[in-house]
Every structure is written in C-alpha cells, then in structure tokens.
Write a protein that binds this ligand. Structure first.
Ligand code: EPZ
Length: 438
C-alpha cells in the first residue's frame, strides 16, 4: 500500500503542467467500441482508471495499447466478440458502466454488471436504464447484471427527459443512440465539457448530433460509426485543484503558471468564486496564472451541474476555506454526503462542521500534520493540499484513490517546490475493501 508524505510550509513556485481529462478520456474509450477499426486517442492521462478501462475493453474483444509517456491510446475495436462488462471491473470503476451504451450501440445487445455504491453513498443508474428503455431497449436485471437488447439489432429511437441532469446517463444514452434506427432526444441533458468533447468525438466518427452543450440533445441514428484520431480535453478538475494549491501554498505575490490548460472548461461559477478569494488570477488561452494574496477571503460556494461550481472541486475548496480569514460555507447539491474528508481535516486541527448537505469552515487556525486517510479521489487530493500548508509532516494513506485521477501528483508538486514523496506501508488493519470509483 502507498502513502504520500508531505512536509508542510514549503512555498510553491514556477509552473505545473495539466494532463488530459480523466472524465473525458473514459467516455472516449467507450466511444472507440462503436468504430469497427483502430482509434487513436491523444492527451490521455496515465491513471489507474485508464488502465482499468483498457482491461474492460479487452474483455469485450478490443486490442488496446497505451503509451503512458506519449499519453496516447490505440484501440483496435474491429472484433467486439464478447459484449459484456464483468462485476469485478465495474465494481472497481463506475465508468465501466458506459459499456452498456457502447455495446448496445455497436452490437445491439449487452450484459453489464450494475455498479455498486461508493464511499459517499448510493450512485443510482435509473436514468441510464429508463433512458435506454425510452429509446426502445429491452432491459432485464439478472444476478446483478443489466441484460439489454435492441429488438432487431438497432434501437428504434425515442425521447427521454432526465431528472436530475446526469453526466453518466447523458454519455451512456449518446453511446446507444448514435446508431439507432430512428431519432433520439435527450431533455435536461448534462452540459459538462466532458460530455461536449466526447460528443464532438462521436460527430467526428460520423454521428449526427445537435445541441451538445445545451439541455436538449437530438441524435439522428446512423448505421455505423468510423474510428478516428482524437485529442482528449485538458483536465478541468486537475486545473482547479492546482489553482487552489497555488492560492493557499504559493509564495504571496509570486505567480504560479498552470500550463496545457483549457480554462474555459472550469465554468463561470468556479472562476468567479476563485477571484472573490483575493487570489490574483490571469487566464490565458492555454494557461492560468495564480498568485496567492496576503490574505485569502472566505467565499461560500454551492455546487451545481455545469456551468455551476463542480462538486469535484468542493473538497479542495474546503481546504482553501481553512486558510481564509473568516467563516465559509460549502453546500453540495449534487452529492449531499460527500464530506468524508472533513473528519480527516479536523484531525489536522481544522475548524469545520457538517450539517446535512452543508459544511461550515472557519479559517484562522494553523493546520497541523497528521496521519490521514483517503476515502475517495477528491477527498484524498484535498488532504495533500492540507499537508502542503500544515505545520510538520502529513501522511496521506491509501493513495490508490488519488492515483485514479492525478498523474504523478508528487512529481508535479516537487517540481514546484513542495517537499512530498511516496512511501509504501502495511495497513495493520488488513487490506481495505477497495472502495468504488469516486
Ligand atoms: C460523473 O459521475 C463524474 N465521473 C463524477 O466525477 C462527478 O462527480 C459527477 O459526474 C458529477 O459531476 C465521471 O465522469 C467518470 P451523475 P456520474 O450521473 O456520471 C444522480 C470524480 O471525482 N443520478 O452526473 O456518476 C446522482 O445520484 C468523479 O472524477 C441519478 O439519480 O454523476 C447524482 O446525485 C466523482 N440517477 C447526480 O445524478 C442516475 O441514473 C449526478 O450524478 C444517475 C445519476
């Protein structure tokens, strides 16, 4: 088991490169199943979730090569001979559920394990299943697997309104709808950049889609899609994470440059809230420069679907509030119980409390290094951010969570002046049940 050991209070400076988006790369990998040939995806981050999805594709019959140094995936999906996604992989990574839409879109039938819950509660898939039924799929549940079939081999088409707007359901429905016999319409569709860039890849593959990035997406089915070469988006959540790191751990007044970025994918809500903290921000076409202010102002945030404040940045925002001059509140309207990191931050002397879907954080107290436990991907990175500013040493345990979504975090932070390294350790409590994908 690995942990990260952080020696606090070494200011960050210089520049940090942003890698490809995890939450766009995974649907792009699913999209490759729709093309009966070899697809190349560039700017793919070297993450555990990418290698897990590569296994999922191989089970279905694809040949997958990943060059981590070149950040390039080559997927030959000519022979999708086994339209299934097994429990042991779907249990580990929820995004494997995208194979349901992809296999229906390619083969007209699929047998995919239901994802379980995750570390912060149930993650239902009712919108995925009801949407596929609305498009004409026959869906059965057998021993924890979804068995789906398009009568006659192609979905007939239809219309579906989703409540709430779901990123994963929008992606799954697009994967199934692009090769339907008739037209499909998704109302209250997700507008996240992950969905838009993924949809643009489908269009490049020959799909006919109107309304990407709006709440109504119309798809005109086409008989087949073609493999293409496609460049993945830059990771907006990694960008936001490092902007927060710069604002709390940067030497005051010294700008830190975040490169290979696509700042427009952050959404207005996050950028507005970030500016209100008093941090100095310069936003370029492919970079963001952040300089920490003398004093950070507390800014209340409420998460929402895009272009609202991303729920994937609320744990990191909690740490920013511990460094601000006053009291701040965080409300998560997307996941009401995504606050497992708060208990760990309190062990580092943070003043924070959770009431229902809101965390209240008061700054003005120094954080102190401690052994802390990761519970999910974004919670674990928030503990590393806390370690950067805490007095003494912080040991962030179970960083396998972190390795799912951040490529070489300790290398990037070390290059920017932090003192952080990886160590292996034994969990005297025994191997934890691997928690589900965040
Ligand atoms: C995606 O998860 C992301 N994962 C999550 O990022 C992110 O937190 C989430 O979107 C919200 O932005 C990937 O892209 C791989 P949802 P997803 O379906 O698609 C409810 C990370 O840290 N819902 O948009 O599973 C659900 O309960 C991860 O990288 C239903 O009710 O999220 C939640 O309240 C964590 N029924 C809301 O929708 C459904 O069938 C949003 O979930 C599906 C979802």
């Amino acid at each position: 088991m690995d942990k990260l050991v952080v020696e606090g209070r070494h200011p960050l400076s210089g520049s940090i490169p942003i890698d490809g988006s995890k939450n766009t790369a995974l649907p792009l990998m699913a999209a490759s199943v729709l093309g009966d040939g070899t697809m190349t995806i560039k700017n793919v981050p070297n993450l555990r979730d990418v290698t897990t999805f590569a296994h999922v594709l191989r089970v279905a019959g694809a040949r997958v090569q990943f060059d981590p140094a070149a950040h390039q995936l080559t997927i030959d999906a000519a022979n999708i001979t086994y339209p299934e996604a097994p429990y042991e992989l779907v249990r580990k990574m929820r995004a494997s559920f995208y194979m349901l839409g992809a296999l229906i879109g390619r083969r007209g039938h699929a047998r995919v394990s239901m994802p379980g819950g995750c570390s912060w509660g149930p993650r239902p898939v009712d919108l995925h299943l009801n949407g596929l039924k609305a498009f004409g799929a026959e869906i059965d549940l057998e021993q924890g697997y979804v068995v789906a079939r398009a009568p006659g081999g192609r979905l007939s088409g239809g219309s579906f309104e989703m409540t709430p707007s779901s990123v994963g359901a929008t992606i799954n429905l697009l994967l199934a709808a692009v090769t339907a016999e008739g037209g499909c319409r998704i109302e209250n569709a997700a507008r996240e950049p992950d969905v838009v860039v993924f949809g643009e890849a489908l269009e490049k593959m020959g799909a006919k889609i109107e309304g990407l990035g709006t709440q109504t997406i119309e798809i005109e089915g086409t008989a087949r899609l073609y493999p293409v070469e496609f460049t993945n988006a830059s990771d907006r959540i990694e960008l936001g994470t490092f902007m927060i790191a710069a604002a709390i751990a940067g030497a005051p007044g010294e700008p830190i440059r975040l490169t290979n970025a696509e700042p427009e994918y952050l959404g207005e809500a996050f950028i507005d809230a970030f500016r209100q903290t008093g941090a100095h921000v310069e936003i370029g076409d492919d970079y963001v420069e952040v300089a920490a202010p003398e004093t950070l102002q507390p800014v209340d945030i409420t998460t929402d679907v895009y272009p609202g404040f991303p729920t994937d940045l609320q744990a990191q925002w909690t740490v920013l509030l511990t460094q601000a001059d006053g009291r701040g509140r965080i409300t998560d309207t997307v996941y009401s119980d995504r606050f497992k990191h708060i208990a760990e931050l309190k062990r580092m002397n943070a003043y924070a409390m959770v009431q229902d879907d809101t965390a209240t954080v008061r700054g003005g107290r120094s954080l102190k290094g401690a052994q802390v436990m990761s519970t999910d991907l974004r919670a674990s990175v928030s503990l590393v951010l806390a370690g950067l500013v805490a007095e003494g040493e912080t040991h962030v345990l179970r960083v396998y969570h972190l390795d799912r979504g951040y490529e070489d975090l300790e290398g990037k932070l070390t290059d920017a002046g932090a003192r952080i390294h990886r160590e292996t350790y034994d969990e005297e409590l025994g191997e934890p049940e691997e928690l589900k994908e965040a």
